[in-house]
Design a protein around this ligand. Structure first.
Ligand SMILES: [Zn+2]
Length: 243
């Protein structure tokens, strides 16, 4: 049986330093004696010493490792390396796989999306948004909940960083920010770690870059006039109107 997660899940849900080290372990052949059993995968990962690792088939972040972090119930690079082995079946990772995008970055490329692409982008934004959900407790799921918020933001960052620059795509971004704002203000999202807030600020910066490349984008920012947002993130964009 294949794992129910895929490489994207591991990529977007793991913090960057852990993911980078896990990719290093995987690519350097440090995952050895890999074997599949009913509910998960076992392997010996060669680190400072050989670690015995188990990773669940349904949740890549559940399992066991006899390293210090693993013993403290923290997701470690060894577990992530084994999960990568399981989804890749030992095949090499592509450059695209390894491109880790942790914050939105302007593509710097002018252009519009055609109808099919536009629909696909909107759909992928909506599915990434699902990770940014209300917090209903219990408190033991707190960390998993915060991870889900950052996973949503990482997924959004990857989508947004691919967008060409135009009024059309600026509009998508402004709408995305307003949706996130509603989630924060009234949607029950508990962004205590600030992942969503940071993402909003980074996307505002990206929109400022959009306006530098195509000044027509500023027209879209007018949508933000007289909006009550949760922390005034739209102000830098409003300053650009009428300049
Ligand atoms: Zn470990």
């Amino acid at each position: 049986m294949l794992p129910t997660y895929n490489f994207d899940k591991i990529k977007f849900a793991t913090d960057r330093p852990t993911l980078e080290k896990a990719i290093g372990l995987y690519e350097n052949g440090k995952v050895t004696q890999f074997r599949e059993e009913l509910n998960g995968f076992f392997a010996t990962v060669l680190g400072t010493k050989p670690y015995r690792v188990y990773v669940d088939k349904r949740h890549y972040d559940q399992g066991d490792c006899d390293c210090y972090l693993g013993q403290n119930e923290t997701l470690c690079k060894h577990m992530v390396a084994v999960a990568i082995y399981a989804v890749m079946d030992g095949r090499p990772l592509t450059e695209d796989d390894k491109k880790i995008i942790s914050a939105p970055k302007c593509s710097g490329r002018l252009g519009e999306l055609n109808k099919i692409k536009l629909a696909a982008v909107k759909k992928s934004i909506t599915s990434a948004m699902r990770y940014i959900k209300p917090y209903n407790g219990p408190s033991r799921i707190w960390f998993a909940y915060q991870n889900s918020l950052s996973e949503g933001c990482s997924r959004l960052s990857a989508i947004i960083s691919e967008l060409p620059v135009s009024e059309q795509t600026a509009k998508i971004l402004v709408e995305t920010l307003l949706r996130l704002d509603r989630k924060l203000c009234t949607g029950g999202v508990d962004d205590s770690d600030g992942a969503v807030g940071d993402f909003i600020y980074e996307t505002v910066d990206l929109l400022k870059d959009f306006a530098k490349i195509d000044s027509d984008c500023v027209d879209i920012f007018k949508k933000l006039k007289n909006k009550e947002t949760c922390f005034g993130w739209e102000e830098p964009l409003l300053e650009l109107i009428g300049k």
